[in-house]
Design a protein around this ligand. Sequence first.
Ligand code: NAD
Length: 503
Amino acid sequence: MTAISPFTPLLEADIDAATRMFIGGEWVTAQGGETFDVHDPADGRVIAHVPAAQPADVDAAVAAARAALAPAGPWRTMTPQVRGRLLWKLADLVERDVERLSAIDSVDSGKPMDEMRYFDIPFSVDVLRYYAGWTTKITGDTIPISYPAGHGGTFHAYTLKEPVGVVAAIVPWNLPLLMAIKKLAPALATGCTIVVKPAEQTPLSIAALTQLTIEAGFPPGVINYVTGLGEVAGAALSRHRGVDKVTFTGSVPTGKDIVRAAADNLKRVSLELGGKSPNIVFDDADLDAVVAGAAAAAFATQGESCIAGSRLYVQRGVFDEVVRRLGEHAASIRLGRGTAEGTQMGPLISAEHRDRVLDYIKIGIDEGAELVTGGKAPTGQGYDGGYFVEPTVLINAAPEARIMHEEIFGPVVSAVAFDTEEEVLALANNTRFGLGAAVWTKDISRAHRMAAAIESGQVWVNCYQAADSALPFGGTKESGWGRETCRETLEEYLETKTVVVAL
Ligand code: NAD
């Protein structure tokens, strides 16, 4: 449980917090004392040794979360208004600590500081405030019923909305704090208790968030934080009979494992999985906006984004111009350590993942695609030991090429020319995923026709990855089950109880 850090004293303290877990209101180490290493992806150095939770630790966390649901306990007896105030307070604390939390996630995941400052943290704060507002508005219905006559009178029937119970949140490494908050906020708003398990690569910001939940004043056991390997701690949570719901963001294979593990007690499962999002440009579009949007779609968060616009379909008349300008834009992106001033794109999460992304570029070229720019791991000062990959643009991949179907999860975009609306629609929908899609056109009828016909959880028109705490976010097909950041999400954390009273 030692902390090794080359960073500032502030970060030293944060890294120290991540060397313990938080169960039932106590900071603890893993039973048996095992740890795993967390690396800085900008140079490969080990920055912390983090507890590797065993099934017994998961049992303790789930027991603490269940105990905090006791009918007469401080959490169940708390009024919705006070619960909302705690969530609002947590939002204020996250907002107060924007620089600190940005630095932590930037060091841990490689993301540029500015993405944290101007997207992840403000969005996290909004999500907390959005759900803080819902606590007082979760209501059942009074239902007039037509029960057969002869039962001696009339009936008063109503529904109660109750928390589903203990929630296990299994979080990925690409947007660690935001993904945790997207799960924590609706769980707490509905009165559930939670066990949060960060990805093994990025526990630091969620340890810091756990500290803030203590400062906000949540009762012990309501929020538990457990670090561990996916196949041990994540799997133990997924199959645990004391867990009532798993909410997961991550890869499709792990999502399927979780569904299988959850079947034992038929716990509820929400899944935010991968994508292979089509970004479709018609020849009447505003090309300045297209180039900026396509670059952000492909290269934000190093392309380690489930909604990355990795398939770029461009109408033939403007194909050459869009590709040329996108290539120039990609080549101008400043790669570097996420915390360094001016960095526009950071390193990928691990050496293994970098090699996987480089392999995909090679597979794409072997299968017939042409390289426009990028394609390599940069070398030299500032890159040694880090897991960097250049922003990469490929063109002319065949429809059946692997890079047009498999999620690369790196800064790689494949541009392909098309002629007609029908043709591009067929290409766009030729995927097992259905998470994000964008259409760029000035023709309003075509925009709505395309939005209706694309098989996807969200379609953006003349913009890319617009997000808001009130906009449903989630996927169709193998991109997942359920929606986050919206009113409907609350239902996924609630049970409906029907009460019928013979008057
Ligand atoms: P992953 O599925 O390996 O890991 C995600 C989380 O699941 C981690 O916390 C990990 O410890 C845990 N886990 C691993 N094996 C487990 C198991 N058997 N049982 C329970 N938990 C387990 O995913 P990854 O490779 O770390 O993340 C990248 C993937 O996540 C990409 O495919 C990407 O598309 C997807 N993703 C989706 C979204 C979204 O919102 N839809 C957001 C981010 C990432």
